[in-house]
Design a protein around this ligand. Sequence first.
Ligand code: ADP
Ligand code: MG
Length: 623
Amino acid sequence: MSQEKFGFEADVSKLLDIVAHSLYSEREVFLRELISNASDACDKLRYAAITKPALIEGDPDFKITITLDKKAKTLSIADNGIGMGRKELIDNLGTIARSGTTAFLGQLSGEAAKDASLIGQFGVGFYSSFMVADKVEVLTRSAGEKKAWLWTSEGKGEFTIEEAGDDAPVRGARIIVHLNKDQKEFLEPSRIQTIVRRYSDHIGVPVILQDGDKEETLNEASALWTLPKAKVKPEQYKEFYHHVGHTFDEPWLTLHWKAEGRLEYSALLFVPSSKPFDLFEPQRRNQVRLYVARVFITDDCEGLLPAWLRFLRGVVDSEDLPLNISREMLQLNPVLAKIRSGLVKRVLGELKKKAEKAPEDYAVFWENFGSVLKEGLYEEVAHREALLELARFRSTNGEGLCSLADYVGRMKKGQEAIYTIAGEQAEQLRASPQLEGFVSRGLEVLLLTDPVDEFWAQSVSVYEGKPFKSITRGAADLDKFKTKKDKKKPDEDKADSAEIEILVAVLKLALKDAVKDVRQTKRLTESPVCLVADESDIDMHLERLLKKHNQIDSASARILEINPGHGVIKALARKAGKKNAAAQLDDAAHILLDQARIMEGEPVPDPAGFARRLSGLMEKGLA
Ligand code: ADP
Ligand code: MG
């Protein structure tokens, strides 16, 4: 029998190395990971056997068996689940299939303590066995196949595969962990018992410890979600969350209920307390597992929950869905749509309670998952009201988060719109020139910093009858609101209006197509100029986003707004009426426009020209 040698994918080697070094103090989790895989393999076969009962003929009871061999210093975990063929061994144990891993690895720093907590959020899977092993063997036969295979690796960059002999399981997989010399503890039955109870008590398959001819079932093996809530302890919920969520963090929220009546299902759902790494993968996959009458069906059921709740982990078990239905047909089943609607309502209702009763705790949730939840604002009109109530924002009112109700409660007399400004970071937005005129008039502006904000803001036009209005687009209608200065000394300090009109004309002439228009504004109090989008154009931040993702290639021209109260504008206005003004003001016009671009964080299209003009003006000024 020939043996083939393979190299691990680069990411696997890196992960192996990091796991071995930084998770060492928690190395007992290797057992949890291997049991979890064995249990998944049993779930998969149980499902396949619904349509192909021959697959489990003669051995219908699923189980996981742990065997300890003190002489050989091995710990084996055998399951009679679905098993793996040659290709699956290469694909599943030679590469990292789980999405988000590469991104995750990119975040690792090499500092053990920090990395351990990152890995903790992530879950490590099969490779964790190399924390305790010199060598790991996987003997496996796919259910229904003749050939069996042996996968072997020392976890040092290579693995081998060869055809296995008769010692392979009839069906399923046996993972043989050759413990390294420091790991004698994992040969003690009592130690194994403790670990299994701690981490794997409520997986749905019995875990049996075989010690000589003694056999002992170590876990409860009852599907946790079928138990009444009062019977379940917090640690058991947590253990189960780690099992279904592939995580180590605490659940931020645990929801467990049984729907009864016309529709019967049990749901045990968790909201994580930290962001899963694959949250922003393009597939936007829902990961709650669907069971039908305790049989695992899929952990990738599109119709079960909306993509904007994809941060949820857990299990939904229905009595009303047909068992022998293809996954594709399942998506179309009307019962599924009803379950979905029940789940969404319940989850949103519980989030609302949290938001009201524990706002600080809710803020943690919002920082993690708010941007995902907001996708629902434009994807599902039916839940829009509820989602708008749950939404939280940063605003010019202070540092913390506020709700739309808070905002509306603080609106000024005569204020009709909810003002917003979009950009990448709240701190950067707080310094935007466009905000000046609003803040100085006591008008609050919401700071939108998630890319998704640009999308819902297009489709959600009002909250409680108040329209959302971007302050970087269209004219600012600020006449009815007074700044403190307006109240004290109205109209003092402004440039002569006839001169300003001329300046506007001169600037337009100088800037030509580089701007769509030039006009004076009340939007500014400190800065001389700013850019805004025309009412009929797309907003500036959205345009930058689209350009970044190559969705559009040319930007539309902006409107340059000037502040008639600013010293520079006043000085320019005085010049504008004089002879030969146009030629003299040409450089100033371009510098003003470039300055406005810089404030937007946009590149100056002609840096050399900018530098030349600026030097010229400085020279004149210093002369
Ligand atoms: P995960 O369980 O998150 O997918 P793992 O690293 O734990 O990641 O396992 C990788 C893959 O290897 C699994 O998805 C599965 O396809 C396969 N696998 C692991 N253990 C077994 C097993 N006992 N039986 C069948 N397949 C297995
Ligand atoms: Mg796993």
